[in-house]
Design a protein around this ligand. Structure first.
Ligand SMILES: [Zn+2]
Length: 143
């Protein structure tokens, strides 16, 4: 095995992906080649660093990321929340004033003395009705 082929197999060797025969030939080459041994050592260092990154850095990174995402979502929700007209203080005050006036007017009308007396009687003792009323027509016929 030459250095070029050994170099191509080093990563697979570290991942235990070589056939027993490839593994045996590579080990033979590594016994004789300092250059490939150095490359193997560097590969091991890189793989170890990557493994530590995956194991330690990600869990410490996730809470920070979650907090940042929650902050961003809160800001977005605040900015995008529609402000309806009925949520405005001035609109609520106006509604309260209108409701008060309506209730006051309705109450005044219901309790007014004129309304409680009923229709004002006419001179002949019968209640006054509009001219077109059928009662009026009948009354005129009886005269
Ligand atoms: Zn070599």
């Amino acid at each position: 095995m030459n250095c070029e082929k050994a170099s191509r197999l080093l990563s697979a060797y570290l991942d235990h992906e070589l056939t027993p025969e490839e593994r045996r030939l590579l080990r033979l080459h590594l016994l004789a080649c300092a250059e490939c041994n150095e490359e193997l050592r560097q590969l091991e260092t890189i793989k170890g660093s990557l493994a530590r990154l995956c194991v330690t850095s990600v869990p410490s990174f996730l809470p920070w990321l979650r907090a940042r995402l929650a902050e961003e979502e809160a800001i977005l929700a605040d900015e995008e929340r529609p402000v309806f007209v009925w949520q405005q203080p001035w609109f609520r005050r106006t509604c309260a004033a209108v409701a008060f006036l309506l209730l006051f007017g309705l109450g005044s009308w219901l309790l007014s003395p004129q309304r409680q007396k009923g229709p004002v009687p006419s001179q002949n003792g019968l209640p006054s009705l509009p001219e077109a009323s059928w009662v009026n027509v009948e009354r005129n016929l009886l005269r």
